[in-house]
Design a protein around this ligand. Structure first.
Ligand code: ZN
Length: 375
């Protein structure tokens, strides 16, 4: 054979091998996380069996939610570390029930003057105001205790947002609403402190404005309240040499800012876990890719994005389900959701939740990992 032809063919083979190797390596280094719960106070044996199983299935990290008692996180954290798993404690920030002991003044107030303390816009949505000093102090106390546990790698902030001023479309039927624009009963926070502080910086008394939604500075004021709170919590976590990340709404620009006032690309934390729950937005797996691309761009590729995927717990019943909380990716959609995320720049995947994953979902994940390992 002509030596130049030989060289040409060899180059093609080498380039092809390199491409295959690169794809394989990339996939193998993708971190897979799961959200999981321990509210029923599981025993050591139960947690050991569960975490061992998750590790064997290819899971690299646990985002663990079990209420506020640090002892529960210490037990689970110790076991997670035994199996070489990353371990983050997850707690809601700005929804707090009466047991938290906060006064009514600490709760957000809507555009009609109703407090979320006793008259929330949606059931159980008892949101507290991010602008209140006592709210920050309370969050420092509860998150600080979890960060002090040696086997807790860090915290994940959950419900670090305003109540949904616009609900995701799939929830309109559930709550019997049509949210074509912002309505005052879902629009927060008009508490005395927020109104006074906004007047001080803008000169505008927002209570006297007919259409507050049209005042961009008022929106920005509320984005900044969340951003400042997050950044102060981050300083607290970093002072303890721990990590801090957050479960956020998709976007941020197309959804999170508009519906829950999270301008999250400005938050000074380690990573973001956008809840790319496509069924809530009546979208397919391509949309998951679009959201990841937006998130990566918004953070200038400087912060890792872990794409949160919503798993359908009863695939055979999905077509008959009325409650969107029971929707989610079917086993046959899971690989497409993962691939769309990674192709569009997500650093990893987080599954909601470990408990919603059926044997068929796990089989898809195992096949995906094995395929990449063995091809
Ligand atoms: Zn307020």
């Amino acid at each position: 054979m002509n030596k130049w032809l030989c060289f040409f063919l060899l180059s093609i083979v080498l380039i092809s091998c390199h491409s295959i190797q690169r794809v394989r390596t990339d996939f193998n280094t993708i971190p897979f996380y799961v959200w999981t719960r321990g509210f029923h106070n599981p025993s050591t044996e139960e947690l050991q069996a569960k975490f061992f199983d998750l590790k064997n299935k290819g899971i690299d990290g646990i985002i663990y939610s079990a209420g506020k008692d640090p002892i529960r996180y210490e037990l689970a954290g110790n076991i997670a570390k035994k199996f070489g798993l990353k371990f983050y404690a997850l707690l809601p920030a700005l929804i707090q029930y009466k047991e938290a002991g906060l006064k009514k003044e600490s709760y957000v107030v809507n555009g009609l003057g109703d407090s979320a303390y006793d008259k929330p816009a949606y059931p159980r949505n008892h949101f507290i105001c991010p602008n209140r000093p006592e709210v920050y102090n309370y969050l420092v106390e509860i998150y600080g205790k979890l960060l002090d546990i040696p086997t807790v790698d860090g915290i994940q902030l959950d419900v670090i947002r305003f109540p949904d001023v616009i609900l995701a479309p799939a929830l309109w039927k559930k709550y019997n609403v049509v949210m074509d624009k912002e309505y005052p009963q879902y629009d927060y926070c008009y508490c005395d402190k927020c109104v006074t502080d906004f007047k001080t910086i803008s000169g505008i008394n927002i209570r006297e404005i007919d259409n507050p939604s049209g005042v961009e500075a008022w929106k920005q004021f509320r984005y900044d309240l969340i951003t400042n709170l997050v950044n102060r919590l981050a300083e607290m976590a970093y002072a303890k040499n721990k990590k801090i990340n957050a479960a956020v709404f998709p976007g941020p620009h197309s959804i999170a800012k508009k519906i829950v006032r999270q301008e999250w690309h400005k938050w000074k934390i380690d990573a973001f876990f956008p809840m790319n729950y496509n069924d809530f937005y009546l979208e397919d797996t391509n949309w998951i890719g679009d959201m990841c691309r937006e998130s990566v761009r918004a953070t200038n590729k400087k912060k890792p994005i872990y794409s949160g995927l919503f798993i359908c717990p009863n695939p055979e019943n999905k077509a008959n389900e009325l409650d969107p909380e029971n929707f989610g990716l079917l086993p046959e959609e899971l690989a497409a959701g993962i691939n769309a995320s990674i192709k569009n720049g997500a650093k990893g995947i987080c599954l909601f939740t470990a408990g919603r994953m059926t044997p068929a979902h796990w089989a898809v994940l195992t096949k995906l990992l094995k395929k990449e390992n063995n091809d």
